[in-house]
Ligand binder design. Structure first.
Ligand code: NAD
Length: 526
């Protein structure tokens, strides 16, 4: 490394490209007899790599290989499985330079936003290395007859977990959901989005280097059909993507009666209360709205400003927006990068154009910037957005935020909840009790007080995920690992059978049991 041949920002004759030998090495182990697929880098629009893709039959082969590897893996003690995550943690931090290049080249985002993904993998690896075994530990419970019945809750792996990950966080979303699945004793079949495949493959290489058996994590490449084939064959599905696709994945999993966790879209709000510390709120809200050019499931697209601070906040915020440095370079001196490709560019500009045509005002940005990159759009702030406009309720998934003024906390909560989604919210106030009270009223799976999204996202002992149309299930924390297991209740009965007490039949059995139940209640047993 670096495998990037040259950086066109510093050398105008160069094009970004990944060394074909590196692409061959990364894809050497994938099962693929489908049509090759060429991806393009959003940085310049030029071809980036040609990838081998998997047919449904290839996915079946990958699942079989994973299943065979899982049978061996489950025999490895959980402490040892977890320990390998600490090795991965160290590798990801040491080798971050290649990962950052690949994330940037595939997604178009700025390097500082790519770094969030590296940090995320390290945080998740550390957490499940340290806490995974405790979450999975056998738990004794009070038996039906205290002392005579010894009941234990076990957590058995599901088997082969299917992960279908999108393009917007190609490192985080491909890897972090796999880590708890592996610690829990599962194998993984991962279908990264084509626009994140090299990143995912490089990360899986690091998993192998960290000591995870090579066949345990199978990567299959391709688009929606490959994703659907993974959903059709695995024992549990972890999907991240849009709500529309999430519904299709849930239906397919439901037909097979396998579980699924779905991390879907959002229309997240930020509320700046009248007592907010604006020195912190302005840069915090800027990041909340424009990290990864707004292509972040938890980023904010609705800015609710208490009318008493609205003017002052907006003045400072618009100044900060106008100072955002746009770039498609592989360096650290940029605040925002590119959208992922032409479809996303079209969607974002269509939302802005529709809003303007129906009377919205552009307070900042609003234009494509082909001089910076083919899919770059300025950070955009709109006012006067109404429900006649698509961007009022639909997820834009781009750097566009609509400003709404609110009279008080009640109006802010009502507006925050006025959406089919419920993924993330952010509240800025100096009074953290007020912040917690507001959080209790907001229908969102994560609420960040005095942060945009990173406090909740990075605090991974607490689960995160979506309410309402934003998803099912949670990642992170105890829920984020137990979802990959089947709870099994093993109860060992001693001395007498439960329904066969010596000398007791019919009414006398019922009387004895009634007495026993009353005694257990009196003894405050659970
Ligand atoms: P999408 O739903 O169109 O596609 C997501 C992935 O699913 C793609 O890689 C696609 O190839 C695959 N896919 C499509 N049809 C499939 C099927 N029937 N079965 C299996 N896989 C299938 O979403 P997108 O536009 O690529 O991604 C952006 C969306 O993802 C946004 O709505 C965003 O909010 C959401 N997202 C959510 C989170 C979260 O954690 N909640 C994180 C990132 C992105």
């Amino acid at each position: 490394m670096p495998d990037v041949i040259a950086d066109p920002e510093t050398d105008p004759r160069a094009t970004y490209a990944v060394d074909p030998a590196r692409v061959r090495a990364l894809t050497a182990r994938v099962v693929a007899s489908g049509e090759p697929l060429t991806t393009h880098t959003p940085m310049t629009g030029a071809p980036l790599a040609t990838l081998p893709t998997a047919t449904a039959a290839d996915v079946a082969v990958a699942v079989d290989r994973a299943r065979a590897a899982q049978r061996r893996w489950v025999a490895v003690p959980v402490a040892e499985r977890a320990r390998r995550l600490l090795t991965l943690h160290d590798l990801v931090l040491t080798r971050q330079s290649e990962l950052l290049d690949l994330v940037q080249l595939e997604s178009g985002k700025a390097r500082s936003h790519a770094f969030e993904e590296v940090a995320d993998v390290a945080i998740v690896a550390r957490y499940y290395a340290r806490r995974g075994p405790a979450h999975l530990a056998d738990e004794p419970h009070l038996g039906v007859f205290p002392v005579l019945t010894r009941s234990t809750e076990h957590h058995r792996p599901k088997g082969v977990v299917g992960i279908v990950s999108p393009w917007n966080y190609p490192l985080s979303l491909a890897v972090t959901d796999a880590l708890p699945a592996l610690v829990a004793g599962n194998a993984v079949v991962l279908r990264p989005d084509p626009q994140g495949s090299l990143t995912a493959l490089a990360a899986v290489d690091l998993l192998v280097e960290a000591g995870f058996p090579a066949d345990l994590v199978q990567v299959v490449l391709g688009g929606a059909d490959t994703g659907a084939a993974v959903v059709e064959r695995t024992d549990y599905v972890c999907f991240t993507g849009s709500t529309a696709t999430g519904r299709a994945v849930a239906a397919a999993a439901g037909r097979r009666l396998v579980g699924a966790s779905l991390e879907l879209g959002g229309k997240n709000s930020v509320y700046v209360a009248d007592d907010a510390d604006l020195r912190r709120a302005v840069p915090g809200v800027l990041r909340a709205c424009f990290a990864s050019a707004g292509q972040l499931c938890v980023s904010a697209e609705r800015l609710l400003l208490h009318e008493r601070v609205a003017d002052e906040f907006l003045g400072r915020f618009l100044e900060a927006v106008s100072a955002v440095r746009l770039s498609t370079g592989l360096h650290w001196d940029a605040d925002m990068g590119s959208l992922v490709g032409p479809a996303q560019l079209e969607r974002v500009l269509a939302h802005v154009d529709d809003a303007v045509a129906k009377g919205a005002t552009v307070l900042a940005g609003g234009r494509a910037r082909p001089d910076v990159g083919p899919y770059v759009v300025e950070p955009t702030v709109l006012a006067g957005v109404t429900s006649a406009m698509a961007c009022r309720d639909e997820e834009t998934f781009g750097p566009v935020v609509a400003v709404h003024r609110v009279a008080d906390d009640d109006a802010a909560v009502a507006l925050a909840n006025d959406t089919e989604y419920g993924l993330n919210a952010s509240v800025w106030t100096r009074d953290t009790r007020r912040g917690r009270a507001l959080a209790a009223r907001i229908e969102a799976g994560t609420v960040n007080v005095n942060e945009g999204y990173a406090a909740a996202w990075g605090s991974i002992g607490s689960p995160m995920g979506g309410m309402k149309a934003s998803g099912l299930g949670r990642r992170h924390g105890r829920e984020g690992i137990l979802k990959y297991t089947e709870a099994q209740n093993v109860s060992v009965q001693g001395l007498v059978n439960v329904a066969d007490l010596p000398g007791l039949r019919g009414a006398s059995y019922a009387r004895a049991l009634t007495g026993a139940l009353r005694a257990m209640r009196a003894a405050r047993l659970p």
